[in-house]
Design a protein around this ligand. Structure first.
Ligand code: ADP
Ligand code: ZN
Ligand code: ZN
Length: 749
């Protein structure tokens, strides 16, 4: 043992969080003695930078600096990132996804983000102010009116205004402050007189949606095996492949239980779209107040509260969307990613990380167990299991007696030729008759990915496009207009084809409104609950639609992608897919796989209870491998072919991709910079990599910005992110041009 006195480090290495800085080289700052105990790795700090002030993160500490004459850190702005793996993980994410370290560290900050530095200048004096986000809704008080008859003094205008505001019902102190300014003195005075009551606001406890009875079941043999597999896999990834309704969620609940018993926390990721009260309710029913919920429909204050529950150690199970992977749990033991194949696990802005792959890295570098669940695992996951990188557990059967629903494919071209002009084929019409006769329930799925309805020339195939963006225009029944969903451009529909002068322009792809109208006309006894972007916008809209459907004795749930995921309503016997085709035509190498996943997921909503299920898939392309795979219940029908194509063309998972998007309003500047990046990349990559392009992006114009991209293909395991970041850092974009690197992209939009 040494007797040396502990000498605190005197130098901090700080990465400044300034947007214009592409490089992560830290700067050295001195640590003044009064801050010595507060500065730690991962702290946000305020530092001088040039003549300005900037927020930065401490990324290292030492006794000496290579540079003389250091400026000092001015203030410590918060605690160090709370997860002990945060800093290492942030560094890995920055390297892997060609992101800045500051962007990656921001993932771990409380909702509301870092404080910003704002410069003020008055009478020639410059000052700097730190603006902290207002986050803590927990600090809000609820003010309730107790004595409506109370008359304040004539001079007490503020008290009078507050009382007026309270007459309609309790209001939070924050809302009063927003309306009237500083209210605390007036509130105190009213409280003292017993006129109002001020209570601590109840912390938001997650969606208050209904919780179905969900007692712990007696596990099936397959479930028992899966739970065991997970329990014996610390530091590993377990791919839980289970058909829809096979009881995956029950397996998750048991695995979390085991973790809690061992004193360890769990994080459960579900796709944002299926983060419904029903999903949340199942976790809450089992684990009660130990659950925190994080998703984007919460206010910042609500998210902050939930985040804090985890940070304090109250919440030991965090259920949330993608970013909940970075929630500040104390002692993480388990990460569960439900619907592993969902593209929404990829973040669309920097840092463009993939939550599944970050989790897999966590398993590799710690004893955290990662469970990936899906009825339709991605080809990436299938290959990782086959190669022994990931483990596997399977639930091959439904827990209910009926097994998977029957799938019936209808050729819509043949229906049309037979004179059926309706959007309902004969078999689907008959199935709806049956639902109406039996007073049953059904789900109708309208595949609208990428477009709603559009105009199509039946003679030459012409489709009207937006003059600003390279996308087809959507036809809106209301107002009879063609509208661009990217830039808002609108025009009246043409009556003859501008290309071939044909008068046969037909609306293709019905909107939910039109489907609903036709159902009302043909099956008046079947009420319809619509669930699409229009009817569920706003907080709780999604939940309201589901509760309305649940409350129906008999009727239909009609919706877009939202109805495909996660819903577990045993009364539903019929699923109708109105148009399977739209996803097949996406300009993406994963189009077939996505179509299969979507059809399989939506099929899985049928026959989950005591009655058998029936699925009717309407398509103009009944031979498509995705349709055949769903109809036969055999994923290999699709994947056998899919593997060959991907391997021979060199798509993931056989090669690794990067997509570098260059955009800006001035086309020549974008072209020039794209060319120079393309050349720089060609000069920098090893021989077995390929650089494709630059070419126009699939959406070459979005909101007046012109977009080109360069695509890189590299062997698996190649350090794409680091190389791309280094090349981009060496070729800064000119003003007005933005460069966005996307490593392992899930779409090329
Ligand atoms: P998945 O997540 O695989 O789609 P769920 O976990 O939603 O499947 O299970 C489907 C239904 O079966 C749920 O209502 C669930 O409560 C029930 N369930 C799960 N496991 C069992 C079991 N071992 N015995 C009986 N019912 C079960
Ligand atoms: Zn035409
Ligand atoms: Zn447009």
């Amino acid at each position: 043992m040494s007797n040396d006195r502990y000498i605190p480090p005197r130098v901090a290495h700080v990465v400044v969080d300034v947007r214009t800085r592409a490089l992560d080289a830290p700067f050295d700052y001195g640590i003044p003695p009064h801050l010595a105990s507060a500065v730690a790795i991962g702290c946000p700090v305020l530092v001088p930078l040039g003549g300005r002030r900037a927020v930065g993160f401490v990324v290292g500490l030492s006794d000496v600096s290579r540079y003389g004459d250091l400026k000092d850190i001015e203030a410590v702005l918060g605690e160090a990132l709370s997860r002990n793996d945060a800093f290492e993980l942030a560094r890995w994410i920055a390297d892997e996804y060609a992101a800045s370290l500051a962007d990656a560290m921001r993932l771990f900050l409380p909702p509301g983000g870092t404080p910003r530095v704002v410069r003020h200048e008055a009478d020639g004096v410059v000052s700097w102010e730190l603006v902290r986000p207002t986050v803590s809704a927990a600090e809000d008080r609820v003010v309730t009116l107790l004595d409506p008859a109370f008359e304040p003094l004539a001079t007490a205008h503020l008290q009078r205004s507050i009382l007026e505001a309270l007459r309609a019902g309790p209001v939070t102190s924050g809302e009063l402050a927003a309306e009237f300014g500083a209210v605390s003195a007036a509130l105190k005075a009213l409280e003292k007189r017993g006129v109002v009551e001020v209570t601590a606001r109840r912390r938001w406890r997650g969606d208050s949606g209904r919780v179905r009875e969900d007692a712990a079941h007696v596990l099936t043999a397959a479930q028992v095996k899966a739970v065991e597999r997970i329990g014996t896999s610390p530091g590993a990834v377990v791919m839980l492949e289970g058909v829809t309704g096979s009881g995956k969620t029950e397996v998750y609940l048991r695995a979390i239980d085991a973790m809690l018993a061992a004193g360890r926390d769990s994080i459960v990721l579900v796709p944002e779209i299926s983060l419904t009260p029903q999903t949340v309710g199942r976790f809450r029913a089992r684990f009660g107040s130990q659950v925190a919920v994080l998703h984007s429909r919460l206010s910042v204050g609500e998210r902050y509260d939930q985040w804090s529950l985890a940070a304090e150690g109250t919440a030991k199970v965090v259920v949330g969307a993608r970013s909940a992977l970075f929630a500040p749990v104390r002692n993480l033991g388990l990460v569960i990613i439900d619907e592993e194949h969902e593209p929404s696990y990829k973040q669309g802005s920097a840092p463009r990380y993939h939550a599944r792959d970050v989790a897999a890295h966590m398993a590799l570098t710690s004893d955290v167990t990662v469970v990936l669940g899906s009825a339709t695992p991605s080809l990436e996951a299938r290959v990782a299991v086959e190669e022994g990188l990931w483990r596997s557990a399977k639930l091959p059967h439904r827990v209910t007696t009926h097994g998977l629903p029957n799938v019936h494919v209808v050729d819509m071209g043949a229906e049309f030729a037979d004179g059926n002009r309706s959007m309902f084929s004969t078999p689907l019409g008959k199935a709806l008759d049956d639902v109406a006769a039996a007073s049953g329930k059904g789900v109708l799925f309208l595949n609208r990915r990428g477009f709603a309805s559009f105009l199509l020339c039946r003679e030459c195939g012409f489709v009207p496009h937006c003059p600003n963006c390279s996308v087809s225009l959507t036809y809106h029944e209301r107002g009879d207009r063609l509208v661009c969903h990217h830039c808002g451009h609108a025009e009246p529909p043409m009556h003859e084809c501008p290309r071939c002068k044909s008068p046969y322009l037909r609306k293709f792809g019905a909107g939910t409104q039109r489907v609903e109208d036709e159902i009302h006309a043909r099956w008046p006894s079947l009420p319809v609950v619509r669930m699409d972007a229009d009817t569920t916008s706003g907080k709780g809209g999604h939940e309201r639609a589901l509760v309305a459907f649940e409350d129906l004795k008999s009727g239909l749930l009609l919706g877009t992608q939202m109805v495909a995921k996660g819903l577990d309503y045993p009364e539903v016997t019929l699923v109708g897919v109105i148009n399977a085709d739209t996803t097949m035509h996406l300009p993406d190498f994963r189009a077939a796989e996505r179509t299969y996943q979507l059809l399989e997921q939506v099929s899985g909503r049928a026959g989950r209870g005591d009655d058998p299920g029936l699925v009717i898939v309407q398509t103009y392309w009944p031979d498509h491998p995705a349709v055949r795979a769903v109809a036969s219940g055999d994923a290999d029908v699709l994947y056998a072919e899919e593997r060959e194509v991907r391997a021979s063309v060199g798509w993931p998972p056989y090669r690794r991709l990067a997509n570098i998007m260059i955009s800006g309003e001035a086309e020549p500047a974008v072209r020039a910079h794209a060319d120079s990046l393309g050349e720089a990349l060609r000069g920098a990559v090893p021989d077995d990599w390929e650089v494709l392009g630059p070419t126009d992006a699939a959406l070459a114009r979005v909101k007046r910005a012109y977009r080109r991209h360069v695509v890189l293909k590299a062997p698996r395991g190649a350090g794409l992110g680091r190389l791309v970041r280094a090349v981009l850092a060496g070729h800064p974009a000119p003003p007005g041009v933005a460069v966005a690197p996307d490593i392992d992209p899930v779409d090329f939009g």
